[in-house]
Design a protein around this ligand. Structure first.
Ligand code: HEC
Length: 121
């Protein structure tokens, strides 16, 4: 392949690999601290915090299906009441009992990258 062909192929592949890139752990941690730690224990941020009836992120990360659970957390009870996702229909018209917040698909990738750091080694 000549040089411009290589550049062309790279140009095609790079955006693909960028969009498949792992989420940003630091950004995910920040988001979890800001929005999830009110209820969940998230790693070492609030080991004695959270709400007792709410599973910790460490516990959730141990589950075989944690990825699916985090990818779809916004449509799993109790989140639909207070989590908004842009361009996604509200799953309920019930008024929220706690402060609402919005997450984007990128935010969720970042969150998952952070949750992956909590998996048992
Ligand atoms: C207002 C409290 C509250 C906030 C804020 C909250 N959660 Fe939850 N979450 C819960 C409770 C309560 C459960 C347990 C639900 C159950 O077991 O029925 C839960 C369960 C989960 C589960 C497991 C769901 C399942 O079906 O197994 C995931 C994943 C999750 N939360 C992710 C998050 C993420 C990510 C955030 C922040 C972006 C967040 N939660 C913010 C209260 C909260």
């Amino acid at each position: 392949m000549n040089r411009s062909a290589v550049a062309f192929v790279l140009g095609l592949l790079l955006p693909l690999s960028a969009s498949r890139a792992q989420g940003d752990v630091a950004a995910g941690r920040k988001l979890a601290v800001q929005h999830c730690a009110r209820c969940h224990v998230v790693g070492d941020h609030n080991p004695y915090g959270g709400i007792g009836s709410t599973p910790s992120f460490q516990l959730l990360a141990r589950r075989a299906d944690y990825l699916e659970r985090f990818q779809t957390f916004f449509e799993r009870r109790p989140h639909p009441v207070y989590v908004r996702v842009p361009d996604t229909e509200r799953l309920t018209d019930l008024p929220s009992f706690v402060a609402e917040f919005t997450v984007t698909p990128n935010n969720i990738e970042d969150l998952i990258a952070f949750v992956e750091t909590l998996k048992p080694k």
